[in-house]
Design a protein. Structure first.
Length: 239
């Protein structure tokens, strides 16, 4: 009796521990591929050659604050809107009929009897005539539509300056709300001429753009379909 009580108490304690761990909010998982890039340190100053101008250490008095170097910040306004629709209909109908009459061999048409358990009339006076007939029909109709919209802004850093002057940018934005985290990640290539005077650019002007909006936590888990339900709606389900 005491052994059963101890076993039940251990099971209850284990269940309480699991539930308490599940209720704890985990820290957001940062993606190293979208980590911020620090500015490159300037090389050591060279000995002055008597000139006022020193390459790499000039001060741009008439230059705006647009991003142009590794580590500079750039704000990207997300204005993504996609709409797609598709509809298809297929109908097939095929029929085939083949008749072969009883041939004439040496001036006579062959007739024969087939063996059977009972002397039925259908087993008498058979010939070599053949008749085939088939009919196949198929009809299918499908339609699909999708509409997505993403708006907001994210500030990224310049990760690399390409030889042609284009900028490779990347960044991540994490927002923690109640019992979950929201992630906005972006990477791509931009042209410096597309950057506005206020150091912003539209997401539609980012080449090779990879924009990800995901979430984690209890709210995101609630919106996910279970693995068994996903199996019944997947192409692996045979029916």
């Amino acid at each position: 009796m005491n052994l059963k009580i101890k076993l039940i108490s251990r099971v209850v304690l284990l269940c309480v521990s699991v539930l308490s761990l599940a209720g704890c909010q985990s820290l957001p998982e940062r993606d190293p591929a979208y980590a911020a890039v620090r500015p490159v340190a300037l090389p050591p100053a060279q000995t002055s050659n008597g000139s006022i101008y020193q390459a790499g250490y000039d001060v741009r008095l008439f230059e705006d604050s647009r991003a142009r170097r590794v580590g500079d910040l750039l704000t990207i306004n997300l204005t993504e809107t996609t709409t797609a629709s598709k509809q298809s209909a297929t109908e097939l109908n095929k029929s085939n009929t083949t008749n072969v009459t009883n041939p004439t061999i040496l001036g006579s048409t062959p007739q024969f009897n087939t063996p059977g358990i009972l002397p039925l009339a259908s087993n008498q006076n058979n010939n070599l005539g053949v008749g085939l007939s088939s009919n196949n029909e198929f009809s299918g109709d499908s339609s699909s539509s999708q509409s997505n919209s993403l708006s907001g802004s994210i500030t990224v850093t310049v990760a690399e300056v390409l030889p042609n002057g284009y900028l490779v940018v990347r960044g991540e934005k994490v927002t923690s709300l109640n019992q979950g985290h929201e992630y906005v990640r972006l990477s791509g290539i931009i042209r410096p001429v597309d950057i506005r005077p206020d150091n912003t650019i539209l997401s539609t002007q980012v080449a090779d753009a990879q924009i990800t909006y995901t979430g984690s936590g209890s709210t995101a888990d609630t919106n996910k379909i279970g693995w068994l339900a996903r199996f019944f709606i997947s192409s692996l389900f045979p029916f």
